[in-house]
Ligand binder design. Structure first.
Ligand SMILES: [Zn+2]
Length: 147
């Protein structure tokens, strides 16, 4: 059976980088325990393995390959914002995000077709049609989403 990017983090990272998305490796979690080894880790599998984390994000296939050779099970993180041309929209219904999103789409129109992160929550990642000027350095988006 052929490995796919769905079950191989290295292939996923390389596929994201080929789209121009800057990636970096994060720790992984097994049975709720983080690969960092800290018994009380507050973010199992969700914090960077590299020293500078987000600032280390790259599209360089050689570096990506080296990282995932070193940490084959590392989770793949994507740097959002202008660097990757992405906006991550976390709807977070636990904090009223679904209501806020309904209000915004009612006022500004529906979100464009996009990809969605498979995290258990609805977290669409939007590649906006608007120019990069609509993205802040931190990746926050301001309506309108349509150009
Ligand atoms: Zn940890």
């Amino acid at each position: 059976m052929q490995n796919t990017d769905r079950d191989n983090p290295r292939l996923a990272a390389l596929a994201y980088a080929a789209r121009g998305w800057h990636v970096f490796p994060c720790h992984s979690a097994r049975a709720g325990r983080c690969s960092c080894g800290a018994p009380a880790c507050q973010h199992p599998g969700k914090h960077p393995r590299t020293l500078h984390g987000l600032k280390d994000a790259t599209t360089d296939p050689a570096l990506i390959t080296r990282w995932w050779q070193q940490w084959p099970d590392a989770n793949v993180a994507v740097a959002t914002g202008a660097v990757s041309g992405l906006v991550a929209l976390d709807e977070d219904p636990r904090h009223g995000g679904d209501v806020s999103l309904d209000l915004l789409t009612h006022e500004h129109g529906p979100l464009p077709e996009t990809v969605e992160a498979l995290t258990g929550l609805r977290e669409p990642m939007v590649r906006p049609a608007a120019p990069k000027g609509h993205l802040s350095a931190k990746g926050a988006a301001t309506p309108p989403w349509r150009a």
